[in-house]
Design a protein around this ligand. Structure first.
Ligand code: GDP
Ligand code: IMO
Ligand code: MG
Length: 436
């Protein structure tokens, strides 16, 4: 197997960063193909914690090629800050290790200001975005008014693009949003310097990836966000602005869809969501506080407390089906230690439509907001399992929890994660990128 795609199969923050970092140890290339600095991917190596927003989670393993594809909405200031932060910790990223697509769209401060202004405007209907300018930048891409990395690294093109772009944005900021406009010269000066620093990293990333693939290199695709935040298939409009699953790889990297091999979803042994929108298996009050405290469920990008809930087999099965997943990685199993019984959502009821016992995720947001969930309580365990490395060493109830969910979702659970550290992993299959 030469390619493996790993995507979030809930509402983001499933632990993708940790898994990609681990798998990268046995890969040659790691690609980010969509999303932007709305992502916060946490990797813990030797007790040191790293939160990556734009850099692929292969950067902490030595000697890997990391590619940022054209489908990423790239905030060049965040990228440079991230690289500087790593350099201060002794990890220097040179242009051989990081290749940046010239066709990736650039997020400017203008997009962030618009993101905040639009959220204010939405009022009660706000999405709860990360404020990183994601929506406005992808909107510019679709409207064909955006700036790309190739423009950023050429002062003439940058000026020309800004001259075309800024007057409209300033008019919207001032006249519609009652927000501060930007000065073209100031913006130009700031981004020319940024472009100058990034120039050595800029490449035809799609071409380089296809060459690496032809040379039989092992390629990992790192999804950001999660299936339920997918712009087409998620809980629209409470979603992000890109295709978050394996389907985003071909357009987002310039990689043939027919070459996308193994596809693994990542899901927590329970579920979380940040931001607004429906979350059928959500729990509240003391139950939510307990799970949030046990899982330390605070956003890696914004620090917001995450909404918490139980594993939802209806939603995860939908995510896996949509992506043609061949495996599931279950994370945070350790967090459930100490629960006497663990509720799992198995069915939705939609009383207003007279539908009961649904096992299929409703397509309409209005329906989703109204579902009543049915839960089945599974037996829990008391032991601390964070030191376990073999499936057979898990308490029987934990093994049973995993096997039972596996039966419900119809996809093998290939890896179990039992802690934030790279080593805290229990493999269930061999012969994969992780295998022996
Ligand atoms: P991502 O966005 O999918 O990469 O996930 P985040 O990094 O936003 O959130 C996952 C959080 O869970 C981070 O704080 C990780 O360090 C942590 N984490 C990952 N896997 C495990 C696990 O198996 N057990 C525990 N307790 N924490 C984990
Ligand atoms: P990772 O890759 C969790 C959520 C935001 C908001 C919605 C839209 O770390 O799993 P946006 O800024 O994208 O316009 O916000 O999407 N969101 C995430 N939630 N994890 C993420 O990324 C997210 N990226 C965006 O909270 O609800
Ligand atoms: Mg995250």
């Amino acid at each position: 197997m030469s390619t493996l795609s790993v995507f979030g199969s809930q509402w983001g923050d499933e632990g993708k960063g940790k898994i990609i970092d681990l798998l990268a140890g046995r890969a040659d290339v790691v690609c980010r193909y969509q999303g932007g600095a709305n992502a916060g991917h946490t990797v813990v190596v030797d007790g040191e914690k790293f939160v990556l927003h734009l850099l692929p989670s292969g950067v902490l393993q030595e000697g890997k090629v990391n590619l940022i594809g054209n489908g990423v909405a790239l905030d060049p200031i965040v990228l440079l800050e991230e690289m500087d932060g790593l350099a201060e910790r002794g990890i220097v990223i040179d242009p051989e290790r990081l290749r940046l697509s010239a066709a990736a769209h650039v997020i400017l401060e203008v997009h962030q200001r618009l993101d905040h202004a639009f959220e204010r405007w939405r009022g009660e209907g706000r999405i709860g975005t990360t404020g990183r300018g994601i929506g406005p930048a992808y909107a510019d891409k679709a409207s064909r008014t955006g700036l790309r990395v190739g423009d950023l690294v050429s002062p003439e093109r940058l000026r020309a693009r800004l001259e075309a772009f800024l007057p409209v944005k300033n008019a919207i900021l001032e006249r519609v949003c009652e927000a501060e406009p930007f000065d073209l010269e100031e913006l130009f000066e700031r981004y020319v310097a940024v472009g100058e620093r990034l120039r050595p990293f800029v490449a035809d990333a799609g071409h380089e990836l296809r060459e690496l693939w032809r040379a039989n290199k092992r390629i990992l695709f790192e999804g950001a966000q999660g299936a339920m935040l997918d712009i087409d298939h998620g809980t629209y409009p409470y979603v992000t602005s890109s295709n978050t699953g394996a389907a985003g790889i071909a357009p987002g990297m310039g990689f043939p869809p027919s070459a996308i091999g193994e596809v693994w979803g990542v899901a927590k042994a329970y579920c979380t969501r940040v931001g607004e929108g429906p979350f059928p298996s959500e729990i509240f009050g003391d139950d939510a506080e307990r799970l949030r405290a046990l899982g330390n469920e605070y956003g890696a990008t914004t620090g917001r407390p995450r909404r918490c809930g139980w594993f939802d087999t209806v939603a995860v099965r939908y995510a896996l089906e949509l992506n043609g997943a061949t495996g599931l990685v279950m994370t945070n199993l350790d967090v459930l230690s100490g629960y006497e019984r663990i509720p799992v959502v198995t069915h939705y009821d939609l009383p207003s439509l007279g539908q009961r016992g649904l096992t299929r995720f409703p397509a309409e947001l209005a329906d989703l907001g109204e579902v009543d969930v049915r839960v089945e309580e599974r037996p829990g365990w008391n032991e601390d399992i964070s030191g376990v490395r073999e499936f057979s060493d898990l308490p029987e109830a934990a093994r049973e929890y995993v096997r039972w969910i596996e039966g419900e979702i119809g996809v093998p659970i290939v890896l179990l994660s039992v802690g934030p550290e790279r080593e805290s992993i229990i493999p269930r299959v061999s012969g994969t990128l992780v295998g022996a």
